[in-house]
Every structure is written in C-alpha cells, then in structure tokens.
Write a protein that binds this ligand. Sequence first.
Ligand SMILES: Cc1cc2nc3c(=O)[nH]c(=O)nc-3n(C[C@H](O)[C@H](O)[C@H](O)COP(=O)(O)OP(=O)(O)OC[C@H]3O[C@@H](n4cnc5c(N)ncnc54)[C@H](O)[C@@H]3O)c2cc1C
Length: 300
Amino acid sequence: MKKIAIIGGGAAGLSAAIYALRSGAEVTLFEQFGLGGMVANIDKIENYPSYSSVEGWKLASDMSSQAKALGLKTVRQRVVSLQKSDMGFTIITDKGRYEFPAAVVATGTSHNKLGIEDKFVGHGVSYCATCDGAFFRGQAVAVVGSGRAAVSEATYLADLCAAVFLVSPEAELSADSKAIEELFARPNVNVMYKHTVSEILGDEQVSAIKTFGNGATQTLNVSALFVATGAAPVSDFVHIDGLAKSRGYLVVDGRCETTVKGLFAAGDVTDGSLKQIVTACADGAKAGSFAAAYSATVNR
Ligand SMILES: Cc1cc2nc3c(=O)[nH]c(=O)nc-3n(C[C@H](O)[C@H](O)[C@H](O)COP(=O)(O)OP(=O)(O)OC[C@H]3O[C@@H](n4cnc5c(N)ncnc54)[C@H](O)[C@@H]3O)c2cc1C
C-alpha cells in the first residue's frame, strides 16, 4: 500500500494530496489550522487559470472539497518535528507521533515581523487585511512593505477605509504593473517611499504610528497598521542530516524531491522562484505523485 504524509494544507499540500490520492495512495495531511492556507485569506485572485476573478475562500474551499471527496484524512495538529527513522520518517506533533515511509513538506512561509509590534498584535496591528480590514472600515490605516503583498493589502484596504498610507521602505514598489495600476487608481492611497515605521503609539489600541524618511520623523494618526514586509520559510521543524536549505527554503529537484530520499517539498517553502498559487499547485502535483510512487517501492 502506498502511504504518505503531507505537512501543510495550503494550495501545495492540497494539490499533493489530490495527485497522491488519485494514484491510489493513502494520504494523511497534517494542518495546524483550517485547510486552504494563505489562499483562504486572499480577497480576490485574478491570475489563477480558468478564473478571471475568484475569491480566495472559494478557491480554498473548492480545493479542500476535491481532496476530501477523494478520501483525504486530515489530522488537525501542529507538526513540531520531522525526523528520519528506520521506517522512513517520524512526524511528531503537539499531540502525537506518527511514522510514514514518505513525506511532503508544504508548510509555506510565515510573516516577517517589524520587531516593534508585539504589544499591539490583535489591537490594531495585523498581518492580514482580508481577515481584519473590516474592523477599520471608514478609518485611516497604514500598510508597511514594498512588495506584492503590501500592494495587494493596500488596494484591498483602500476600498474599505477612509485613507491608506503605504509606508514603503524601498524607493519603488515591486509588484506586477497591473497590481500597481490598481493601487494608484484609488484616490485615498498615499505612498510614502523610503520610509520606515519607527514606533507604534497607543494605550491598548493603535492610535498612531511614527514614520522616518527623508531625514524627518512624522506622526500619522491611524487606527491600524498592516505589516506586509515579506515572509520566511517554515522549515525549522525539519531536523534531518543532509537536508539542503537555501536561506531556510528547502532545495528541491525537478521532481520536488529534497536532498533526502523520500522527502519531498512543494510551494512557498521551497527554493523555487515564483511564489504563487499556480506554482504551489504544480509543485504539489509533482511532490504528491513522486512521493506516492516512492512509498510504493519501500512499503511492501
Ligand atoms: C496578501 C497576499 C496576496 C496574494 N495574492 C496572490 C494572488 O493573487 N495570486 C497568486 O497566485 N498568489 C498570491 N499570493 C501568494 C500565494 O498565496 C502563495 O504563493 C500560495 O498560497 C502558497 O501556498 P503554499 O501551500 O505553499 O503555502 P501556504 O498557503 O502558506 O500553506 C501552508 C500551510 O501549512 C500550514 N503549516 C505551517 N506550519 C505547519 C506545521 N508546523 N504543522 C502543521 N501545519 C503547518 C499552515 O497553517 C498553512 O495552512 C498572495 C500572497 C499574499 C500574502
């Protein structure tokens, strides 16, 4: 019997599950939260083939339903360690210990922090505009970041909030030109290039932020700060000799196999270049298929 574990239930993990299940494997997917991963939190997706526009929760729900209908078994637990064992791989979660002949790591990335916001997280500081933007409807808010996520968060918030300050540490925004065009079409967005957030003010709730740029500090009266300053791969729970990482990202070959035999990886956690839903799905398809095939060779 082919038997594999998948860690992470985002686009990459669910695609791996769909391909492995369709090849006849028994698949156990470990996910710490609900299925869908980052996709579930995106407001609108306009670059996933076959949908000119789809809401993130809808795409996530369709992917999850497809995998469940094929017989996916999910374990709602956080994986704290993945190790090599005589049986293949040992997965240790916050609640138990499991053995599998082959595994796929699809744990994505986690948000970078500014280092000054801990006290205000959940009190005006957020890492997800789609999740929390509605709390600040009609108010002034700020977003910090220069990349695709910052542009997309600011655009989303501009349709809800009275004013959006996009505090960009860089001299320009790095997102695709269509996304930048959409941002600038909103009259209530003010982009502050080469500025950083130096302080967050407020008693229990954010009431203002201090920014620094062009040699001057200024205070912006905002009710919320959305942090979109990039992300780091979630791979530190994998403890295996010989596993190659590049800046924490798992190095994979053309079959999405890591440098450890039988261990595959897919999506944002890998060293692949384009971090998108469609590439996460493509990785997942390869990782799920080849992990299932590998498990058949060792699990007689
Ligand atoms: C604001 C924003 C907008 C975006 N917009 C678009 C867009 O329009 N189009 C597009 O193509 N891409 C977009 N992206 C990028 C896209 O969302 C990602 O590239 C893609 O979703 C990555 O999928 P993944 O499965 O690799 O990772 P994730 O979706 O991050 O899934 C990883 C899963 O692993 C789980 N996990 C992590 N650690 C553990 C653990 N230890 N134990 C158990 N479970 C664990 C997490 O809970 C999560 O569910 C956007 C990203 C952001 C931040």
